[in-house]
Ligand binder design. Structure first.
Ligand code: HEM
Length: 416
């Protein structure tokens, strides 16, 4: 039997909803709100979405993510489990393991190295499109564009597809401008179906090339299509087109919203902490550490888990079937793990943050994400080092399990 509010000490019950627009609008209050939750306890019960646990402490988030036998990854999405499983994020080991392995060829050290120059080229191209203007709406012109284009590079698909992907992914995340909430659901569904259709077409073409023996050994999409997996019954079989499309869709969305958000948080917090920005301007070698600190300081993801049995943890009893939400933003500011956690310190060490998760689902794209953030940080600080937020057009942050930006306008001294 799952937990109900009546079972609980009232001091542990709150009405926190990770999707509540008031959390981020008109100003973002996520950190102060989750700090207050952490002050109540490591596990707190929220009445939102039918009732679920909020896990606030570093120790317990870390332990839960590393224990998939007790805490299932399905559903990881608190409100929309009906869309079917995304692969491999919604699977538990051992089934998860072979799906995840199928993605490994994409992220080999050689491929990551090869992508470095593509990332720098893309960053420079995006920067050169606005650096003479002295102002930029950073989300549209940079933060959305970079991970979208890098997804295409990662898959080995033509960059000419970028405008189509940019439009479809923007709608899939936020709906169309001016949509009513109902229209937004419709627009998003349509965009998601459109992308699935595109993935199915690519898969069909590459599968035909593999079967005809015409796929190049360099073709990573073909390599994934040719992978065999061990399914839930222990049988070795090829991946189906539907499974492949679900994996590609997850790759796109998991890499997009997160990287886009981190690029924005980076600019926002460095604009608001001029002394920390001065440290990286004086010493660009500190940029990789600064990237880690931004990831710690503003972890945007709150992933879900579901208890597979009754378990005592953090002073409460979690019952079989209970849903839990990992508040990475609060875990990453836990004073039991980090000295002076609310201070942004671009050279912080050690920095064992949980922004990429932990355990079997730890972000498979973390290396690529770090590269994008590091190279973007280097080039942006080289070209437009005096950027600041536009006071006339304040940032707009959207709440959700992956909190992100709709808009952020920056002003700077024009280049050239
Ligand atoms: C700053 C950027 C990023 C952040 C903060 C981030 C964060 C995360 C986190 C916290 C998880 C674990 C989710 C869970 O345990 O339920 C995860 C998983 C994942 N991420 Fe990322 N991610 C980022 C970028 C990327 C990129 C660039 C890609 C690929 C292009 C990617 C692909 C994935 C995939 C496929 C998974 C699922 C892995 C699995 O289930 O085994 N991520 N990410």
């Amino acid at each position: 039997m799952t937990t109900t509010q009546a079972d609980l000490d009232p001091s542990l019950v709150v009405d926190f909803d990770v999707y509540d627009p008031d959390l981020t609008m008109p100003v973002d209050r996520m950190q102060e709100t989750t700090a207050a939750l952490a002050g109540i306890g490591p596990l707190v019960w929220s009445t939102a979405h039918g009732g679920h646990w909020l896990v606030t402490s570093y120790e317990h988030v870390h332990a839960i993510l590393r224990d998939p036998a007790t805490f299932s990854s399905f559903p990881t999405n608190l409100v929309n489990a009906s869309q079917g499983k995304l692969l491999p994020i919604d699977l538990d080991p051992p089934e998860h393991t072979s799906f995840r392995r199928a993605l490994q060829p994409l992220f080999s050290p050689n491929r990551m190295k090869a992508l470095q120059s593509r990332i720098r080229e893309t960053v420079r191209e995006l920067l050169s499109s606005f650096e003479a203007d002295g102002r930029v709406e950073f989300v549209e012109r940079f933060a959305h564009e970079l991970p979208t284009r890098m997804f295409l590079a990662l898959m080995g698909w033509p960059l000419a597809e970028a405008p189509r992907f940019t439009a479809a992914t923007e709608i899939a995340l936020n709906g169309k401008p001016g949509d009513t909430p109902e229209q937004a659901v419709e627009s998003r569904t349509e965009a998601v179906f459109g992308m699935f259709g595109y993935f199915m077409q690519v898969i069909g073409e590459r599968r035909a090339a593999v079967e005809a023996g015409e796929a190049s050994t360099e073709d990573v999409t073909a390599a994934i299509i040719g992978t065999e997996i061990t399914d839930a019954d222990g049988v070795l079989r090829p991946l189906t087109d539907d499974e492949l499309a679900r994996m590609f869709f997850l790759l796109l969305m998991a890499g997009l919203h997160t990287t886009k958000g981190s690029l924005c948080w980076m600019m926002l917090h460095l604009a608001q902490n001029p002394d920390e920005r001065a440290r990286i301007l004086a010493n660009p070698d500190a940029i990789p550490a600064a990237v880690e600190e931004i990831l710690r300081y503003e972890a945007a993801i709150s992933m879900g888990r579901r208890a597979l049995r009754d378990v005592e943890i953090g002073g409460v009893t979690v019952r079989e079937g209970d849903q839990l939400l990992m508040l990475l933003c609060s875990a990453n500011r836990d004073s039991a793990e980090f000295v002076d956690p609310d201070r942004l310190d671009v050279e912080r060490t050690p920095n064992r943050h949980l922004a990429f998760g932990s355990g079997p689902h730890r972000c498979i794209g973390s290396h690529l994400a770090r590269q994008m953030l590091t190279i973007a940080c280097e080039e942006l600080h080289d070209r437009i080092p005096d950027y600041r937020l536009d006071p006339e057009d304040p940032p707009v942050v959207l709440p959700s399990q992956v909190r992100g930006f709709a808009r952020m306008s920056l002003l700077f001294t024009p280049v050239g």
